[in-house]
Structure formats: structure tokens, C-alpha cells
Write a protein that binds this ligand. Structure first.
Ligand code: NAP
Length: 298
């Protein structure tokens, strides 16, 4: 059950970007009274109007600096490529003691693109709620999105402890389990658990699409769960994923190198008819499924 304490965690929260993740957060904040006041900003007036119509915004403006003024907590909920421009824009408007956090899928980007622009006295607490769908936009959000999932915080060595504790509490109130690690570690782990699988999905669906017409029709017609799951993943937002691969390129390229070596070894086993090798590999991977189920991360 989500908490519903009478005192808000923050007096004024500003959400910059209110798509799937930002609007889902707004829904929990609104439902459980986690903030006294919610200000939202986005690129388009249409998104702001939707947030207002949904009753998820006390104030809405296209001016990010205006939105950030007087906020106790500012949460960046945009694609990663927008972070630097937003940080430059909001920096002069941030009040001393304000917390700047985010929900981005890569975490080093907060240290490279955001931190250098923040005035001293503003506390940065990078966060990644590891929960999502392939849908985008404010209407795709729902308050239960975060329930039972992990939220990873990646404070730096100089981060303000009180600010970290308050952001951790926000995500706990969204029914998430909070884990703290370094941004480097986060980006390496997510490269294998999330970024590489998405790259494989984008690649395999592209390969199927490039087949000659007759074959392609059959692929789509008979796509059973395996290929169908890839098409779902490959339907994820193109801009968001472009930015993830650009901002986490080192970790992704590292894991991609290992993956292609392993793939080549399976390819060789198939070519040589080495059934034992294939069976042994598939037996080991089957056990991993059990670990994922035990961790309740299906
Ligand atoms: P989304 O549904 O596409 O929403 C993105 C929002 O950002 C929109 O409201 C958009 O405004 C706004 N925006 C884009 N550029 C902006 C700018 N320059 N200034 C102000 N607002 C801007 O995206 P999402 O799925 O919520 O993802 C947002 C972040 O969450 C990304 O960094 C992603 O890595 C992270 N994340 C995503 C998932 C997932 O599964 N989707 C999971 C965990 C974390 P308009 O609507 O007006 O265009």
C-alpha cells in the first residue's frame, strides 16, 4: 500500500517533462498529497493542457526557468539529450537549498551535463525509477507504474545527505524499493540489463523489416511470442533511446563487445554441430530465469 501521510514531503515540486514517467510521478504526488503544489513544464502547450485537464498541475508554463523558481524539488523527466539545455535555463532561477533530481535511464549524464551548471547551495540527487512501458506521453502514465520496482539513486561523494534521504523517501512513497550506488556502476548494470536488450530488439526487428517482401509477410504473420516481444520493445520511444545510447556509449560498447564474442561462439557451435555446447549454454541460461523470478523482476 502507498503511504498517505498528512504532511507533504515537499512544499513545491516542479516536473520538467510530463510524459510517461513525469505524469506517473505527478499522479502519485497528487493522489497521496506528497507535495503542496505541483508545477509542470514541457515542450508543448498540448502536454501542459493535458496535465491541467487531468488535474495533475497547479501551475503549468512553457518557461522552464519560471517553473523552477521557488521549487523545493525539481525533477527532470525529459529525454537525456535535453538535460544540459534545461540545466542552463533553470540554474539562475533555482533557490538556495533546492533539490534537483531526475528519472533518467543513465546516471553519469547528471554529473556531466547538469551538475556543472547548478549554483552552489543547490543539491543534486540523480535517480532512476527502473519501471516503464513502451508508451509515451502524459496520458500513458499511471500511479501504479512504480509499485514493487527498484529506484536507484546515484548521489556523488559530496551529495547532501538530507536531500538524498528526501528523494529516497519520495520514491518509497511511490512504493519503490530504493538502492544507492555510484553512477558508473548504475550505467554498467543498466547497459546489460536494459540498454543491450533494447539494442538487440531494435536490430532484430530492423533485420526482419529488411527481408524481401514475401518472407517479411510470413515473419509478421507467424510471429510468436519471441519476435512479438522484440517488436514491443522496439516500439519504445526513438528519441529517448537515441539519447540513452549516446549518453551511455562507453558502457554499452563494452557490453556489446562481450555480447558479440559470446554470439560468435554460439554461431561456431551451431556451424560445427556442437549440440553439447549449445545444450550446456541453454541449461545455464535457464537457471538465470529462476533468479529473475526470485527477485520478482519479471
Ligand atoms: P516521454 O513520455 O516521451 O515524455 C517526455 C517529456 O519530456 C514530454 O513531456 C516532453 O514534452 C518533455 N520534453 C522533451 N524535451 C523537453 C525540453 N527540452 N524541455 C522541456 N520538456 C521537454 O518520456 P518518458 O518515457 O517519460 O521518459 C522520460 C525520462 O524517463 C527519460 O530520460 C527516460 O530515460 C526516463 N525513463 C524512461 C522509462 C520508460 O520506460 N519510458 C523508464 C525509466 C526512466 P512534450 O510532451 O511537450 O513533447
Amino acid at each position: 500500500m502507498t503511504g498517505s501521510q498528512p504532511t507533504p514531503l515537499f512544499e513545491r515540486i516542479t516536473l520538467i517533462g510530463t510524459g510517461l514517467i513525469g505524469s506517473s510521478l505527478a499522479r502519485v504526488v497528487r493522489r497521496d498529497g506528497l507535495a503542496g503544489h505541483i508545477t509542470v513544464t514541457a515542450r508543448s502547450q498540448a502536454t501542459l493542457d493535458t496535465m491541467t485537464d487531468l488535474g495533475l498541475a497547479d501551475a503549468a508554463t512553457l518557461d522552464a526557468a519560471e517553473a523552477a523558481r521557488n521549487a523545493d524539488l525539481v525533477v527532470l523527466c525529459t529525454p537525456l539529450g535535453a538535460y544540459e539545455g534545461i540545466a542552463r535555463t533553470i540554474a539562475p532561477a533555482l533557490k538556495p537549498g533546492a533539490i534537483v533530481s531526475d528519472v533518467g535511464s543513465c546516471k553519469n549524464v547528471m554529473f556531466t551535463d547538469v551538475a556543472p551548471h547548478l549554483p552552489s547551495g543547490v543539491h543534486m540527487v540523480p535517480a532512476h525509477p527502473v519501471a516503464g512501458t513502451e508508451h509515451s506521453g502524459p496520458e500513458a502514465g499511471f500511479a501504479e507504474l512504480f509499485e514493487g520496482r527498484w529506484c536507484i539513486l546515484t548521489p556523488g561523494p559530496d551529495s547532501n545527505e538530507d536531500a538524498v534521504a528526501r528523494v529516497a523517501e519520495l520514491w518509497r512513497r511511490c512504493a519503490m524499493d530504493v538502492e544507492i550506488m555510484t553512477a558508473d556502476h548504475h550505467d554498467q548494470v543498466l547497459a546489460i540489463t536494459s540498454h543491450l536488450p533494447h539494442l538487440i530488439a531494435y536490430s532484430i526487428v530492423g533485420t526482419a523489416n529488411d527481408l524481401e517482401d514475401d518472407l517479411k509477410k510470413e515473419v509478421f504473420k507467424f510471429s510468436a511470442s519471441g519476435f512479438r516481444d522484440f517488436t514491443r520493445i522496439a516500439a519504445s520511444d526513438p528519441v529517448m533511446w537515441r539519447d540513452i545510447f549516446l549518453k551511455n556509449s562507453d558502457a554499452v560498447l563494452d557490453v556489446l563487445g562481450r555480447f558479440t564474442e559470446d554470439l560468435t561462439s554460439l554461431q561456431r557451435a551451431i556451424r560445427r554441430g556442437e549440440g553439447d555446447k549449445l545444450e550446456d549454454h541453454f541449461t545455464r541460461t535457464r537457471a538465470i530465469r529462476r533468479g529473475v523470478l526470485d527477485a520478482k523482476q519479471e
